[in-house]
Design a protein around this ligand. Structure first.
Ligand code: AMP
Ligand code: ZN
Ligand code: FE
Ligand code: FE
Length: 288
């Protein structure tokens, strides 16, 4: 075990990690073990539109003695842009939440099918069965289609597959089921969680922040892999001004993915975890 690595991360939290339950490459169990290995005190599993990885994450966290922060990342639309809303300490067993997320995942499934149809119309022979296999039962996303394209030789890399076929404006692009950020905030509040605006530096819609606060967001993800230090400071300041919890995370999707981002490469102090727990109405006892 790398002692220096452990010390650097000790008592810190990476609140934004994806698993195989959505488009990450590590299982919830592997994510938690990696978080413990690098010395984190807490890790947030925040998969796209699913809480399917939380139970396994909680079990692993109990074994290795770190805190698993149950979370979800809901993809929403604002005009032609995407806004992501994180939900922390949600009651992952809430029937309303699981039903809402299931609807989102069904929409992802339908969209995946449509993307494959478009590809087939273009003469690109990938099958939806294969895409589903790659997704392994998790929430289907474009990265899974990208993987199918690469393995069949239609693109040289996952990024290439996106650029050629999957990005907005590309020939096989299909829009996702529309959900507003406000609906996502509502879904998270309803499930007892603390809604947090994800990586605002990517979305670049600062004008929405006051409305989102009114809708009930409790935090802002100032620290994120894609934020520059100037952006991080900008959003941390906005957070402090509005009394929001300032959060952070790597948004790691695991190794061997579109971009490899190490778990623990972006962290926040453990006080953020406490604040999020205080702000949520489900005081989960399962945090080891
Ligand atoms: P989806 O949820 O199906 O819309 O896919 C979104 C995921 O695709 C994001 O989490 C990124 O990991 C990945 N992604 C989005 N845009 C690109 C891009 N231009 N190049 C590579 N990956 C991308
Ligand atoms: Zn993702
Ligand atoms: Fe995101
Ligand atoms: Fe993410």
């Amino acid at each position: 075990m790398n002692q220096r690595l452990r010390q650097a991360h000790h008592g810190r939290a990476d609140l934004h990690v994806h698993t195989t339950s959505s488009d990450g490459t590590l299982s919830p169990d592997q994510v938690v073990r990696e978080a413990a290995r690098v010395g984190l005190g807490a890790v947030g599993i925040a998969d796209h539109d699913t809480v399917g990885g939380i139970e396994a994450g909680l079990a692993a966290a109990k074994e290795v003695g770190i805190i698993l922060v149950p979370a979800v990342e809901i993809n929403t639309d604002f005009g032609s842009d995407e806004i992501h809303i994180l939900g922390y300490f949600i009651d992952h067993r809430s029937p309303a939440l699981t039903a809402n997320l299931e609807r989102q995942r069904n929409a992802r499934y339908e969209r995946g099918r449509k993307i494959v149809e478009r590809l087939n119309d273009l003469g690109v022979k990938v099958s939806f069965d294969r895409v589903q296999q790659i997704a392994g039962g998790g929430a289907i996303g474009r990265p899974h289609v990208a993987r199918a394209l690469v393995e069949s030789g239609y693109a040289g890399s996952l990024n290439g597959a996106f650029a050629k076929y999957l990005i907005r404006g590309a020939p096989a692009y299909v829009a996702r089921h529309k959900l507003t950020p406000f609906q996502a905030v509502e879904m998270i509040l309803e499930a007892g969680g603390a809604p947090v605006l994800a990586h605002p530096g990517i979305h670049k819609h600062d004008e929405l922040i006051p409305e989102l606060i009114e809708a009930g967001i409790k935090g802002i993800e100032a620290y994120h892999t894609e934020h520059s230090s100037v952006q991080a400071e900008h959003y941390a300041k906005i957070g402090r001004q509005h009394n929001l919890i300032v959060t952070g995370g790597s948004d790691s999707h695991g190794p061997d993915n579109i971009k490899t981002v190490e778990i623990g490469s972006v962290t926040i102090g453990m006080e953020a975890v406490e604040q999020l727990l205080c702000c949520s109405s489900t005081q989960q006892k399962s945090t080891g």
